[in-house]
Design a protein around this ligand. Structure first.
Ligand code: CUK
Ligand code: CUA
Length: 768
C-alpha cells in the first residue's frame, strides 16, 4: 500500500474523535490585547466587525463590477469585499477556457468588428435584469466602450452567452441599462462618427455627416438573448452622447441620455487650434436627450425607419416631425443621469459645475404636451427650457458625477470627483445631509440595488479612480480602490478599502444574494455557451476516435481520476478536434484538459462538454493532463497525444511495465479492499441512521459517493475476471483501481458525515 492510502485510511478510522483540545487556543489573546498590538482604535474594530464575514458564512449582497480595460466583470461579496469570480466577457481568459475552447471562441467571434477579431474590451456599465423594476438575478448585461458592443451574461452559470456589435456606432458609452422588464437594453454612442460602413469622411463635414445615436436592443427573455433583427436606433446629433437611463413608473416608455461637447468641436491641437478640452467646454450647457422610445418603437413597426447596415434607424427628421426626441439644456459637461426609484425625477450632474440638477418628469411632460419650446437646435430638434424643467438645483461639491438612491425616500448620494467626496443629500427639498472624504477621485458610486425601484440602503461602494497611498506599493501601476461605506445611519462611515488588481472599474451593481440562484452542475453533455446539449456529448464507455470530413474527432471523458482516451494517435498534418465531457455530478469537481505544445486548454465544470480544434502539424509526443487538482490521483489524470510522421511503420505494439504482480500481491490487495469496504459501511450506516435527506449538500455528496461505489464495483468485477484467468498482473491493477474508487467514496462519505455532525443532524428511528 502506498503511504498516502495508509494515511487516508487512518484518517477514516480516526474521524469522530473530537478536536476539542485545539479549539480554545485562539482566544489566549483578548480583543484588547490585539487592538493594542495592532494599534487599532475602537472605530477600526467596529468597522472590521461590520465587514467581517466569518469563515463559512456568506455575504448579504453580490456586486458585479465592470473590469474596465480588462474586458471582464468582477464579482465580489458585500460587506466582506471578497472577490468571488472574474467573468470573462470580451477578453480571452485562459483559466476559464474562455477564448480557448471552440464553444467560447464562437461567442467571441460574434463580437468581431468588420470581420476582425477584437480580443479586448473596455467594460463600463453592468446592468442586472429586472422584473417590474426589481432585480431578478437572471441576466447581466455589460457594454464595451471602445468597440460598441453589448454582452449578455447568464447568471445561472455566470458565463457570457452573447456579444452583439452595434451596427452603426464606432464607440459607445451609454450602455448597458435595462427597461423595467428587461425587454429592452439601451446603448448610447459616445464619440460621434460617420455611421459604420461610410468609409472616410473628412472632419470638415462633421456637422453634416458625423452622427451620434441611441440603440434600443430587444431582449428576448425566453431565449435569454438579444434579438438583433427587432432592435432599432435613433439617429442623434453629433453631441457626444453619454450616460443613459430608462424611465420607470410614470416615466416608463421614456429614456434619458446626456451629452457633452454639444459645441461639436473637432480638435486639432497639432494645427494650432485649441485642444478638445477647451473647445468642448465653451458653452455653459449641453443637452439632455429625452426620448419617447415606446412611440419610437411604434414608428419603427409602422415602417418609418431607414435601413442602415440592415438595421432600423429613425432619422432626426422623423424624430423631429413625430415628436419623439426633445433636448433640455443641462449644466456644463454633464456626466451621470439617474432616474429616481419612483420614476418622477432624474438627477444630472455636470463635471464642470458644482450643481446637481433635479429634473421633474412631470414638468417635462407638461412642456411637451403644451409644445412650450424654448427653441430648436441646428437639426430641428425642439429644446425645452432648463428652468421650467427643473425641480431644483443644489450645489453638492466640485465635479459631481453620478448619483445613487437610498432606501430612505428622497435621500441620494452623489460622487464628487474633484473634491474626492461622497455627498449625501435630500433631492426633494434640496438639502445637504452629510459629506464623506474618499480616496481618491471617485467616479461612480453604488448603493445596494440602488438603480432599481427597490433600493436596499445599508451599504455604498465608492469606485475611486486613484488609490495613491492606500495600499502597499506595487510599482507605478496601482490597483483600483473600492471603498465600502456604511449608510445605515445619519452619518456615513467608511468601513473598508478593497484593492481591485485589474482594469479600472467604472460602474458596479449589487444585488441581494438571495435573489441569485446559480446552478452547481450542467445537465450531462451541455455546451454551456448555447445551454443546449452538445453534439459531442460523450457517455461513459462510449469514448471513441472517429475520422470524419478530414477531421479526427476525439470523443473523450473526464472523471476522477482518469481521462479517456489515455492515448490519442494521429498522423502529422491532421486536424484534431478533442471533445471532452466531464462526467461528474459532484459540486466543484471541475477537471481541466491541456495538451503540451498547443493552445488546447479546457475548463470542464461538472456536466460540461467542451471542444478544442487544432492542427497536429508536427510529428512528436505531446503529453496531456488534467489542470485542476481534482483528486488524490489528479497527477495521474494524464495521457499522450502521439503525432506520427506520415508513412510511419510500427516497431512494436507491446507496452512494458516495471512491476510484475503475483497471486500473493492480488490477495493482499483484495484483503485491503475488503477492510476498506468495512470502513465505508460504517460511514454509510452513520449517515443513513440520520435525517440526511434534510441536508441538500449531503444528498448531493451521497449521490456522488453512490456513483463512485458503482465504479468500484465495475473495477472489482474486472479484477475478479482476471483473477479467474490467473492474470495476476491485471487482476492486481484492477484491484488497485477498485480501491481508488473506494477511497473517493470514503472521502465523500466523510465529508457528508462531518457536515451532518456540524449541522445537528438527528438520529431517525428505523421503521420496523
Ligand atoms: S463612466 Cu467612468 S466614472 Cu463610463 Cu459611467 Cu462615470
Ligand atoms: Cu481531474 Cu485533475
Amino acid at each position: 500500500m502506498k503511504p498516502f492510502y495508509r494515511k487516508a485510511l487512518m484518517t477514516l478510522t480516526a474521524v469522530g474523535i473530537g478536536m476539542g483540545a485545539a479549539a480554545e487556543a485562539w482566544s489566549a489573546e483578548s480583543l484588547d490585547d490585539v487592538m493594542k498590538r495592532r494599534s487599532l482604535t475602537q472605530k477600526d474594530v467596529l468597522a472590521a466587525a461590520k465587514t467581517y464575514v466569518p469563515t463559512g458564512k456568506r455575504d448579504e449582497f453580490i456586486a458585479f463590477s465592470s473590469g474596465g480595460q480588462s474586458g471582464q466583470v468582477i464579482v465580489y461579496g458585500i460587506p466582506s469585499m471578497r472577490i468571488l469570480k472574474y467573468v470573462a466577457v470580451f477578453t480571452p481568459e485562459p483559466w476559464q477556457g474562455y477564448g480557448y475552447d471552440d464553444e467560447s471562441k464562437a461567442v467571441l467571434a460574434q463580437g468581431r468588428v468588420d470581420g476582425k477579431d477584437i480580443l479586448f474590451g473596455d467594460t463600463h456599465h453592468p446592468a442586472i435584469s429586472e422584473t417590474n423594476g426589481v432585480y431578478d438575478g437572471q441576466y447581466l448585461f455589460i457594454n464595451d466602450k471602445n468597440n460598441p458592443r453589448i454582452a449578455v451574461v447568464d447568471l445561472h452559470d455566470f458565463e457570457t452567452k452573447q456579444i452583439v456589435v452595434n451596427p452603426i456606432m464606432k464607440s459607445e458609452h451609454g450602455g448597458a441599462f435595462v427597461s423595467p422588464n428587461t425587454d429592452w437594453v439601451i446603448e448610447a454612442a459616445q464619440y460621434a462618427a460617420p455611421f459604420r460602413g461610410s468609409g472616410y469622411v473628412p472632419l470638415s463635414q462633421f456637422n453634416e455627416k458625423y452622427r451620434g445615436a441611441v440603440t434600443y436592443w430587444k431582449f428576448d427573455r425566453k431565449k435569454g438573448r438579444i434579438n438583433e433583427a427587432e432592435s432599432f436606433s435613433i439617429e442623434m446629433p453629433p453631441y457626444s452622447q453619454d450616460l443613459s437611463d430608462f424611465g420607470k413608473g410614470p416615466s416608463d416608455g421614456w429614456s434619458f441620455t446626456n451629452s457633452f461637447c454639444s459645441e461639436r468641436y473637432v480638435g486639432g491641437i497639432e494645427r494650432g487650434r485649441p485642444p478638445f478640452e477647451a473647445g468642448c467646454s465653451q458653452k455653459d450647457t449641453d443637452f439632455l436627450h429625452v426620448v419617447n422610445w415606446k412611440k419610437a418603437h411604434e414608428l419603427v413597426k409602422a415602417g418609418k425607419a431607414t435601413k442602415i447596415n440592415g438595421h432600423n434607424v429613425l432619422t432626426m427628421d422623423v424624430s423631429a416631425k413625430e415628436g419623439i426626441l426633445f433636448l433640455i439644456p443641462e449644466p456644463k459637461s454633464p456626466h451621470g443621469v439617474d432616474v429616481s426609484p419612483d420614476g418622477k425625477f432624474l438627477i444630472v450632474s455636470g463635471k464642470l459645475d458644482t450643481h446637481a440638477s433635479v429634473y421633474s418628469f412631470d414638468k417635462i411632460q407638461k412642456l411637451i404636451a403644451a409644445k412650450d419650446f424654448a427653441g430648436k437646435d441646428p437639426y430641428g430638434l425642439p429644446i425645452l427650457d432648463l428652468k421650467k424643467s427643473l425641480h431644483l438645483q443644489l450645489s453638492v461639491g466640485l465635479g459631481p458625477l453620478h448619483t445613487q438612491y437610498d432606501s430612505k425616500p428622497c435621500v441620494v448620494y452623489t460622487s464628487i470627483y474633484v473634491d474626492s467626496l461622497v455627498t449625501k443629500w435630500n433631492y426633494c427639498e434640496g438639502k445637504i445631509l452629510d459629506k464623506l472624504p474618499v480616496h481618491y477621485n471617485i467616479g461612480h458610486l453604488m448603493t445596494m440595488e440602488g438603480d432599481s425601484v427597490e433600493p436596499q440602503g445599508k451599504y455604498l461602494v465608492s469606485l475611486n479612480k486613484l488609490a495613491i497611498d492606500r495600499f502597499n506599493p506595487v510599482g507605478p501601476l496601482h490597483p483600483q480602490n473600492h471603498q465600502l461605506i456604511d449608510i445605515s445611519g445619519d452619518k456615513m462611515q467608511l468601513l473598508y478599502d478593497m484593492p481591485v488588481p485589474l482594469g479600472e472599474p467604472h460602474y458596479a451593481v449589487a444585488i441581494r444574494a438571495d435573489r441569485l440562484k446559480p446552478g452547481v452542475r450542467y445537465k450531462s453533455g451541455t455546451n454551456s455557451r448555447t445551454n443546449a446539449r452538445s453534439k459531442y456529448r460523450t457517455r461513459p464507455g462510449r469514448e471513441k476516435v472517429e475520422r470524419k470530413d478530414g477531421v479526427v474527432h476525439v470523443y473523450g471523458t473526464a472523471i476522477r481520476s482518469h481521462l479517456t482516451p489515455e492515448i490519442i494517435e494521429v498522423v502529422e498534418g491532421e486536424t484534431v478536434s478533442v471533445h471532452i465531457t466531464n462526467l461528474e455530478r459532484a459540486e466543484d469537481e471541475t477537471h481541466g484538459f491541456a495538451i503540451s505544445g498547443t493552445n488546447v486548454n479546457l475548463s470542464l465544470e461538472p456536466g460540461k462538454t467542451a471542444s478544442s480544434t487544432f492542427v497536429a502539424d508536427k510529428a512528436g509526443v505531446y503529453p496531456y493532463y488534467c489542470t485542476e487538482f481534482c483528486s488524490a490521483l489528479h497527477l495521474e489524470m494524464q495521457g499522450y497525444l502521439l503525432v506520427k510522421p506520415k508513412g510511419y511503420k510500427e516497431v512494436s505494439a507491446k507496452f512494458s511495465e516495471g512491476q510484475a504482480y503475483t497471486e500473493a500481491d492480488y490477495k493482499k490487495q483484495v484483503e485491503n479492499n475488503v477492510a476498506t469496504q468495512g470502513v465505508i459501511n460504517s460511514v454509510v450506516a452513520f449517515i443513513t441512521a440520520r435525517n440526511f435527506k434534510d441536508f441538500p449538500i449531503v444528498v448531493a455528496l451521497v449521490e456522488d459517493a453512490t456513483d463512485q461505489l458503482g465504479f468500484a464495483a465495475e473495477s472489482k468485477k474486472k479484477s475478479e475476471d482476471f483473477a479467474v484467468k490467473k492474470d495476476w498482473q491485471n487482476a492486481t491493477l484492477w484491484g488497485q483501481q477498485w480501491f481508488q474508487y473506494q477511497v473517493k467514496t470514503a472521502d465523500l462519505g466523510l465529508r457528508a458525515k462531518t457536515h451532518l455532525e456540524e449541522n445537528g443532524a438527528k438520529v431517525v428511528e428505523k421503521k420496523k
